[in-house]
Design a protein. Sequence first.
Length: 191
Amino acid sequence: MRVSREEAAATRERIVDVASRLFREKGFDGIGVADLMKDAGMTHGGFYGHFKSKDHLAEEASSRAIERSCKRWTDIAEDAGDGAFLALVKNYLSEERLSSPGSGCLFAALGSDASRQSKPVRRVFAHGFEKLVAILSNAVRAKSKAEKRRQAIAAFAQMAGAMVLARAVGDGALAAEILSASASDLVSRHS
């Protein structure tokens, strides 16, 4: 049975979506192609009809995660108006994000893994970082463009680091304390 171009494109999209979630949940090396394809409702054999390699899929899945984060951040910032920075911090450092790495920030879920990935995957991280910093810098209250960028980079680093630490400790109360302390510090310095 021949598959239409539309069906093949939809299948590829499903695989990328599943991989984007599973890589963030399990790490790039924490899941194999067979399990990714099984979760997408496909057989392992169909993988190479869509992708050259697992690295190629990691690149596309990371790009997909960045696109979704950029959309979410933009929507949050637009809805919050003058309170965009506070809204972005509260959303990022929320217990909901803590408990759902598969739908959360690529950097908090896979930042430490990215340094060991292929150049194309690291390039996606670099471009994604620039896009998210640009959104965050628009929400920072500073006079110059350079100062906005500096503050946005520092804030993003603190937010991602806080999420990594909160997930790492595996203790609900301590994790909540890490997120709360970081949010409070960021908001107090940027108010």
